[in-house]
Ligand binder design. Structure first.
Ligand code: KPL
Length: 299
């Protein structure tokens, strides 16, 4: 076992709490949210067991006041629209070369982070399903896979090191030298699932029933050719299988966009559907299903 590094997680939503509850068992961790919290995190494991996990939960301002070890890496678990502001705030508290690991959905914030941040920017694509419960709980509703890499493939050792710590914490994680392709695949998954479940207020698994099943299939039919037109290699078993497998594995989950709607927060409509509509425009293609979906999705 290697010497445990210190990691910070910025953002105490569902993924931040999930990663916090698991990673705190193997490395020194601070989960940074808007409010400090003393009590343990209540982690609902996929098997139904409930564990109270002691996770150091704090705010950036409080962390700055103490002489905690500076982080070897900061996991960004904020919403994509809130990430740039959060990173600007973070910059005042860490070494400018500190590696970041972006967990954001969509594919718009990652290239921007890589441009503005002086240190390495790793990107993760994860199909773990989780939702928050109350002030301190997180339900791990579906286990998935997490891939980590960086856009230009400049940091393979760092990416593999992060993968090591995720696996130590019980996640199923891999280094991906083609993370950009993977992020596009994940965007296809999010575009087929999140807007529909947010609009109809249903769990992922309910998409398997009609009339939603038909809607999901028509969204996938439009996304596949658009992404392939941009040089994205289709998943080995095809776009439909990719999406339906994630729906099956996260059937019990309330997707992140549904959680946003239920909590009265803005949604990630721009980060998820925006890049697809931009591609359609660039390719001079009509994308009627995606346009209607964008229009009907809460912002
Ligand atoms: O990424 C997700 C999300 O909720 O945003 C999926 C994989 C769809 C799981 O719900």
């Amino acid at each position: 076992m290697r010497t445990s590094p210190t990691w910070w997680i910025l953002g105490a939503g569902a993924l931040g709490r999930l990663f916090g509850a698991r990673l705190t068992t193997t490395l020194s961790l601070h989960l940074i949210g808007r409010r400090p919290d003393d009590g343990p995190l209540r982690y609902h494991a996929p098997c139904g067991e409930i564990h109270d996990v002691d996770v150091a939960r704090t705010t950036l301002a409080t962390l700055a006041l103490h002489t905690h070890a500076r982080p070897a890496l900061v996991v960004l678990a904020t919403k994509s629209y809130a990430t740039l502001t959060a990173v600007e705030e973070l910059a005042g508290h860490v070494d400018p070369q500190t590696p970041l690991l972006s967990l954001q959905n969509g594919f718009s914030i990652q290239p921007r982070l890589a441009k503005i941040w002086a240190g390495p920017v790793l990107c993760a694509s994860t199909t773990e399903g989780a939702y928050v419960e109350g002030e301190t709980g997180v339900v791990h509703a579906g286990t998935g896979t997490t891939w980590i890499g960086d856009i230009d493939n400049t940091w393979p050792i760092l990416a593999r090191d992060s993968v090591y710590w995720l696996n130590q914490a019980g996640f199923s994680a891999y280094h991906d030298v083609a993370i950009v392709q993977r992020l596009w695949h994940k965007l296809a998954i999010n575009a087929a699932i999140n807007p529909l479940v947010a609009r109809y207020r249903i769990r992922n698994g309910q998409l398997r029933d009609q009339p939603f099943r038909r809607m999901v299939d028509s969204i996938i039919n439009e996304i596949g050719p658009l992404l392939e037109g941009e040089g994205v290699v289709p998943p080995p078993a095809g776009w439909h299988t990719l999406v339906w497998e994630v729906i099956g594995a996260t059937a019990n989950n309330r997707a992140s966009m549904l959680q946003d709607v239920l909590a009265g927060r803005p949604t990630e409509r721009e980060a998820i559907l925006g890049p697809l509509l931009a591609i359609a425009k660039r390719q001079r293609c009509t994308a009627p299903t995606l346009e209607t979906l964008y229009h009907d999705t809460p912002s």
